[in-house]
Design a protein around this ligand. Structure first.
Ligand code: SIN
Length: 271
């Protein structure tokens, strides 16, 4: 889980062989890291477009002049960060992202790491009985807790404690159904696909009925043995495969600012 790659300059137009190596590393390691990059937003977009079309976050703020680049930031007096809980990106969409490329513009002197959890390992570690049970289930996902006008997530309820204020909308109530276990379209491996940020319940089950098993799965999905943790440095970039990972932005650097540029690549419908 996780590999740091050196000797690649992401601001350059990579040739076919280099690109194939990067793609293979992403498939093999689920999240890959690059240090000491110097990319303009356009160069970050050019690199991302080699993997697919760009997906714009429906609620996140963008970098001025670059609507396809999301600005993820926390100012030194803010208390609430963005992404500060285990989640896969935008699973409330019919076609959630293939992955995201996060590039560090400003990092705190200490803290602000991102954790990643491998959801192939989370599935593989289940008993045969529970595998059979969850493989038969679908999850109902929605953005409402995070981005609904009355959304109940910690971050949404404390929007006044952050400068980065994602938009809220009634549209966030829209529900989307995905399998609880998805098969990765490129590797063919099975991965657990529920997350506390966006999964509300199992299809055909009430929220109350779903809660105990979902809670168990959320805890299981983020077991330390499935994770890696990246310590950011200015100019570092992380590229995660959103189809088989979850991530968590740690919020342990109050008094310092952190700013990242995120570009997200469209994915396909989970199967
Ligand atoms: C995110 O969830 O995309 C933000 C991750 C981070 O800022 O580390």
């Amino acid at each position: 889980m996780g590999a740091e790659i050196s000797g690649v300059d992401l601001s350059r137009n990579l040739d076919g062989a280099e690109l194939a190596d990067v793609r293979q590393a992403l498939l093999d390691h689920c999240v890959i890291f690059f240090r000491d990059q110097a990319m303009t937003p356009e160069q970050q977009l050019t690199f991302a477009r080699r993997f697919g079309a760009i997906s714009i976050h429906p609620y996140g703020p963008s970098v001025p002049g670059h609507p396809e680049v999301m600005r993820v930031f926390k100012e030194k007096d803010d208390k609430v960060n963005f992404g500060g809980g285990w989640h896969s990106d935008m699973t409330f969409m019919e076609k959630p992202p293939l992955g995201s490329i996060l590039y560090a513009i400003d990092v705190p002197p200490v803290g602000g790491d991102t954790m990643f959890a491998n959801q192939y390992l989370a599935f593989d570690a289940l008993s045969p009985g529970l595998k059979r049970t969850v493989e038969a289930l679908n999850g109902v996902h929605s953005a409402n807790a995070q981005y609904g006008v009355d959304g109940l997530s910690e971050a949404n309820r404390h929007n006044d404690q952050r400068s980065m204020k994602p938009k809220t909308s009634d549209d966030a109530k829209t529900a989307t159904v995905h399998p609880v276990v998805r098969t990765h379209p490129e590797t063919g491996r099975k991965a657990l696909y529920v997350n506390v940020g966006f999964t509300q319940r199992f299809e055909g089950w009430t929220k109350d009925e779903s809660r105990p098993l979902l809670r168990w799965l959320y805890e299981h999905c983020a077991k330390p043995e499935f994770t890696c943790r990246f310590v950011w440095t200015k100019g570092a970039a992380a590229f995660w495969d959103n189809r088989c990972t979850q991530h968590y932005a740690l919020n342990d650097y109050h008094g310092h600012r952190r700013e990242m540029y995120r570009v997200t690549i469209e994915g396909d419908r989970p199967r």
